[in-house]
Design a protein around this ligand. Structure first.
Ligand code: GLC
Length: 736
């Protein structure tokens, strides 16, 4: 034993005294990350640095194309060892075959082993996915409500809890880069990505973006704020159409959710595939460097969106050739190119541009250095692998949390004659396409990109949930909406009808809907049900507000908006319909009466001529109980406005309410939003209970951009007498 000790000591002394034999500084976790990055960069060749600036799809390592299957050794060797590609992603639906949590962990471990054990410097690889409502590429992972539904909870703590849970699942499968949250706003419901947003309001969305970043990164998974910026307002509402925003709108509306995400510590940002004011964002140095880094202080990695440097040539027709596109984009501020159309051409072009001086070596060091910094931050150099055996357990169905999120999202829009909760029903008939089609409750980005395989995710259908959740003595029957005769007979034999309507799943451009309408047969079903004379409850599973002809909309006595609730749709709806849960969801968007008016948000500038009032306003939602407010006092402090509000539950049931504080602006020499949300909080009250709440609105929420038409000034608070509103009550406050 003594001999071994002496030998070990001798080796340590020898190694310590001989730098060439000691471990390189970048491998020493005791060293500051900045030093480790500098040391590693100094050891890297130009080619190796360019490899860190490149991300390929995992299918490249399976088929060198788009086919899925086992990883191929020669492809791992070619891309990860010879070309030193720094990160790999799964586009929607790209995963191992078979698709199980364990297979995901084994896949990322195998890819990682090639990079770490065969790469010259052993730089670990970073694996990215779009886990936008759970670890949604993985069969077996619980699917949570999509962001639009999470926004309807108005509950940042819950959203953070969901993100924390998803982060644990991502970590367990070795996928440490999540291309989420979407920090774009949902201000045009025609847009195919409306449901991926946290709604139309900068404060609500920003609060939930920040909560998601905190939750994900608590598990040492990198969050990605996407898609920077102005992506959610495409002209005409169709995905990736050009967007035009006044500088003041950019500053007052579109940047705040990104700013909130950066303040929460987001490690990465993804550029918007579209264009803003005539410039493709992937070529905009103003946005990707001057604003994002200079004004907002971002220091992390900017990744492109899919193929988007190539698209500067083909789609935007802004670059004469690929080399120009690469130079434009990298010099604008893109650090990592997600999925070049041709990897070798990209790497070769990058190298030639550096050698020709069109991209500086300093810029390469900056971009590659940010990627290395990210990998050190995530602990990848110390723990590059995951325990594959653990993955199944960690990715087990997390039903309670998913159910809580679905419950708190469900929004009660109508409840004539207190149809709900269903307490006097002995036979309930369920019908409608969304009652049995699980893909409709999951939405896009569910197992595959367009959500067509969403039924593989765990969870019951709406019908199964209602059958399982029915109280003792209540029979829940089903009738196929396509069989008019059987449906009529079943309705006659029932006391009430629940009809579940909604949208088939979609993602991105495939999801544009210029009219907000559902397929005609769904409206016909409502009319047919009206003719049968039983109380109808309409449940909507959709990723946007929808347009209904009056004669269809007026059929149901009660209407619930369930958004895209995920695995626990059925059990959550059962609790709401049968009264075990009092709905507390509040709309995170304006529900237009006329789709021809969109974009039509609550914080629009004053209407010169009256416009059709929305069907339901932003922040709207009914309850099985009632709440009253008494606005007590408002005071401006040095950096906030504080308001005391007494909230009372005047009904017979416990319930949650979302208390929302809005401001109206004084005349300031320029237009101001009709109103702006400046604070909100959620409160649970027993029947008859009263609570006085203090709402605090930091002054920056009152800020506007001063100056004339194209002012580039930053927002600031313009002094004056502001009018604050909670419910129907208002109070004035002087803001300096
Ligand atoms: C898509 C989306 C983006 C996603 C990326 C990777 O084009 O625009 O949100 O993160 O590709 O799947």
């Amino acid at each position: 034993m003594i001999k071994r000790w002496r030998f070990t000591l001798a080796c340590a002394v020898l190694l310590g005294s001989c730098p060439a034999l000691a471990q390189p500084l970048y491998k020493d976790p005791a060293q500051p990350v900045e030093k480790r990055v500098a040391d590693l960069l100094a050891r890297m060749t130009l080619e190796e640095k360019l490899g860190q600036m490149t991300q390929v799809a995992v299918s490249k390592l399976m088929s060198d194309g788009w086919g899925l299957g086992p990883l191929k050794g020669e492809l791992l060797e070619r891309y990860l060892v010879q070309r030193g590609i720094g990160s790999v992603l799964s586009g929607g639906g790209m995963g191992p075959v078979p698709n199980t949590p364990r297979a995901w962990a084994e896949m990322t471990n195998a890819i990682q082993r090639a990079a770490v054990e065969k790469g010259r410097l052993g730089i670990p690889l970073l694996y990215g996915v779009d886990a936008v409502h759970g670890h949604n590429n993985v069969v077996g992972a619980t699917l949570y409500p999509h962001s639009l539904g999470l926004a309807a909870t108005w509950n940042p703590a819950l959203v953070e809890q969901v993100a924390r849970r998803v982060g644990q699942e991502l970590r367990a499968t070795g996928t440490l880069w999540n291309f989420a949250p979407v920090a774009d706003l949902g201000r045009d419901p025609r847009w195919g990505r409306f449901y991926e947003t946290f709604g139309e309001d900068p404060l609500l969305a920003g609060s939930l973006v920040a909560a998601t970043v905190r939750g994900l990164q608590a598990g040492r998974v990198a969050a990605t704020l996407k898609h920077f910026t102005g992506y959610g307002q495409p002209l005409g509402g169709t995905d990736r159409s050009p967007a035009f925003l006044a500088p003041r709108t950019l500053q007052e509306v579109w940047l705040p959710p990104f700013r909130a995400g950066l303040e929460a510590g987001a490690l990465t940002v993804m550029a918007n595939s579209g264009s803003l004011n005539g410039v493709p964002v992937h070529a905009s140095r103003y946005l990707l460097t001057d604003v994002l880094r200079g004004q907002m202080g971002f220091k992390g990695v900017v990744i492109s969106d899919w193929n988007d440097i190539d698209k500067l040539v083909g789609d935007h027709k802004a670059a004469a050739g690929f080399a120009d596109a690469v130079a434009m984009s990298i010099n604008a501020g893109v650090d990592v190119y997600m999925v070049p159309m041709e990897v070798d051409r990209y790497l070769q072009t990058l190298k030639e541009l550096v050698e020709a001086g069109r991209i500086s070596r300093a810029r390469v060091d900056e971009a590659a250095g940010r990627v290395l910094w990210l990998k050190f931050q995530l602990g990848l150099f110390e723990r590059p692998y995951v325990e594959a055996a653990e993955a199944e357990k960690v990715v087990e169905a997390q039903r309670p949390l998913a159910k809580q999120a679905a419950l708190e999202s469900i929004t009660l829009l109508e409840n004539a004659a207190f149809t709900l909760p269903l307490t006097n029903v002995k036979t309930l008939l369920v019908t409608g396409p969304a009652a049995t089609d699980k893909t409709m409750q999951m939405g896009g980005w569910s197992i595959d990109w367009q959500g067509k395989e969403g039924a593989k995710a765990p969870g019951a259908t709406v019908l199964e949930g209602l059958q399982k959740g029915a109280p003792q003595g209540v029979k829940v029957a089903y009738a196929d909406p396509k069989d008019a005769r059987a449906l009529a007979a079943a309705v006659r034999a029932s006391d009430a009808v629940v009809v579940a309507l909604g949208e088939k799943p979609y993602a991105e451009n495939e999801g544009n809907n210029l009219t907000g309408e559902l397929p005609a047969e769904q409206y016909k079903l409502l009319r047919d049900l009206k003719a049968l004379g039983k109380p109808v409850v309409l449940v909507l599973l959709a990723g946007r507000p929808l347009a209904f002809p009056d004669d269809a909309w007026l059929v149901p006595k009660a209407i619930l908006m369930a958004y895209l609730p995920g695995s626990e749709a059925g059990s959550a709806l059962a609790d709401v319909l049968f009264g075990r849960h009092n709905p507390s969801g509040r709309l995170p968007f304006t529900w237009p009466k006329l789709f021809g008016q969109v974009p039509f948000t609550y914080d629009r500038y004053p209407d010169i001529y009256p416009k059709a009032e929305p069907l339901y306003p932003f922040g709207y939602g009914l309850s099985y109980t009632d709440f009253t407010y008494r606005l007590q006092a408002a005071r401006a402090t040095a950096n906030a406005v504080e308001v005391d509000v007494e909230v009372r539950n005047t009904g017979k049931r416990a319930g949650s309410d979302v208390v929302q504080l809005y401001t109206r602006f004084p005349p300031l020499g320029l237009l101001a939003p009709r109103e702006r949300l400046v604070a909100f909080t959620k409160v649970n009250l027993e029947p008859g209970q009263t609570r006085t709440l203090k709402l605090t609105a930091p002054l920056d929420r009152f800020a506007l951009v001063p100056g004339d038409v194209f002012s580039l000034e930053l927002p600031r608070v313009l002094p004056g007498r502001y009018v604050l509103r909670v419910g129907e009550q208002t109070v004035g406050v002087e803001v300096r």
